[in-house]
Design a protein around this ligand. Structure first.
Ligand code: GUN
Ligand code: FE
Length: 443
């Protein structure tokens, strides 16, 4: 359970945020004084013009700021399919549900509908940063970049690369075409020149890319110092398939490693069935893992050994993996991480495998920041970091949580962890600026 030793709770806190660049300038804890004087002490000339004072002390213990959630793995294009997976597992799910939907986003009008909705929905659940996969289509991927800026969400935008073992209606014709469109997206996002968004090199997964494409994507990432995202070791049939397709490599992880795709800025989704050698390679390359427990349950992929990964010192965060995962909420994903760790603990008769609430909330924020290589910029409230935040009100209208007068602050947080949802998310900020919550879907 929560206690003040493993979770930093700061009461009566006032935060000053630079209006110029969105960074946190000061944090005043236990503040009961005069806000105007406080502002003047930081900003004597242009009081409250340079620095935005964010203060909700009047809400007491039932309202609090929490760092914005970080979704380290989400397929924006698959949003219409969330909840639709039937009895499928990964490989038949891709063919029956996923490729037919993704191929439709060639149509910018359809992409526009889907991308508007997923950004608004994730923001409404407090996600301030997301590592998105789009589709193989350049124009709709550009649109996604523009929409993230419009709604004010920090994002990695990954145009999917796939040039083999894919249906004829949804495949890139060559490594050349895949590299060309990826390069065009990189140039486009560079021209938008906004630190909130970055392109991310995105080979879908080893089976859908030939060696030429994999190695050229590795080079492209290196030349442009870009993050990389892909899937790894999700499903046992997938792993067997990779071993058949890449007989020269010692294992699945080695396919990525030999092609320069394991870097400090690589996000590897799932990582359920890795052996010791593979985990060591990932640790040595300082790559990060996106734990997607909802997806892993929906597709029956298995249970990610989260404690083992943490003990190895590998960076790990959480991913919704929409739409293999049904929920756009990172808080919901954190709950599932908590539950799955209990199942693992029971199966392996090892109590230490259980994750605590605080550990799950860490994965949802700071863990994700490390995985995305943004640990100096986001993930916690510290001076010089961006003010990426959500304001949670446990007494919000229609709140799903009932409070009782005798409850301690830490107990209220524990209740929020298990029962909170978007109704408790009142305001979201990215870089100190409110994000488009007036367009909150349920309002
Ligand atoms: N492996 C290859 N493509 C996908 C995808 O879209 N979702 C998931 N969960 N795994 C994949
Ligand atoms: Fe995925």
């Amino acid at each position: 359970n929560l206690n003040s030793q493993n979770c930093r709770i700061r009461s009566y806190c006032v935060v000053g945020v630079s209006r110029h660049n969105g960074t946190i300038v000061f944090i005043e804890e236990n503040f009961h004084g005069d806000l105007v004087k406080l502002a003047q002490s930081w900003d004597p000339i242009l009081t409250a013009n340079e620095i935005n004072i964010i203060n909700h002390t009047e809400l007491g213990q039932d309202g609090f700021f929490f760092p914005g959630f970080i979704d380290t793995h989400i397929h924006a294009s698959q949003y219409p399919n969330s909840g639709l997976f039937g009895k499928t597992t990964l490989l038949d799910w891709l063919n029956e549900y996923t490729f037919p939907l993704e191929s439709k986003l060639f149509d910018l009008n359809i992409a526009n509908q889907i991308y508007n909705k997923i950004i608004k929905r994730t923001l409404s659940y407090g996600t301030t940063t997301a590592a998105y996969y789009t589709t193989i289509h350049l124009e709709s991927s550009k649109l996604m970049a523009r929409l993230c800026l419009k709604y004010n969400q920090r994002a990695y935008i990954g145009k999917i690369c796939m040039n083999q073992n894919s249906p004829s209606y949804y495949i890139e014709s060559s490594a050349r075409e895949s590299i060309d469109t990826t390069t065009q997206l990189i140039d486009y996002i560079k021209e938008l020149n906004d630190s909130r968004i970055s392109p991310v090199i995105t080979p879908r997964f080893a089976p859908s890319c030939d060696e030429t494409l994999l190695s050229q994507l590795g080079q492209l990432a290196k030349q442009n110092n870009l993050p990389i995202q892909t899937h790894l070791s999700e499903n046992v049939n997938e792993i067997e398939w990779v071993e058949q397709l890449f007989p020269k490599n010692s294992n699945y992880t080695d396919v990525y490693d030999k092609n320069g795709l394991l870097t400090q800025k690589t996000i590897l989704a799932h990582c359920i069935h890795l052996n010791e050698d593979e985990l060591n390679v990932i640790r040595n390359q300082k790559s990060g893992i996106s734990h997607c427990p909802i997806s892993n349950s929906c597709l029956g992929s298995g249970e990610c050994p989260t404690r083992k990964i943490l003990n190895k010192g590998i960076d790990i965060g959480l991913g919704t993996d929409i739409s293999a995962g049904y929920s756009p909420s990172i808080l919901e994903v954190a709950r599932h991480a908590h539950m799955v760790s209990r199942h693992l603990s029971k199966h392996e008769n090892n109590d230490s495998l259980k994750l605590s609430i605080v550990e799950c909330l860490y994965l949802a924020t700071m863990g994700g920041a490390h995985v995305m290589g943004l640990q100096d910029t986001i993930g916690s409230f510290d001076v010089n970091k961006q003010f990426d935040s959500q304001f949670i009100d446990l007494t919000a209208r229609n709140s799903p949580i009932d409070l009782f007068p005798w409850e301690k602050q830490t107990e209220k947080l524990e209740k929020w962890f298990f029962n909170g949802d978007d109704r408790n998310v009142i305001t979201v900020w990215v870089g100190g600026v409110e994000s488009g919550l007036k367009s909150k879907p349920h309002l």
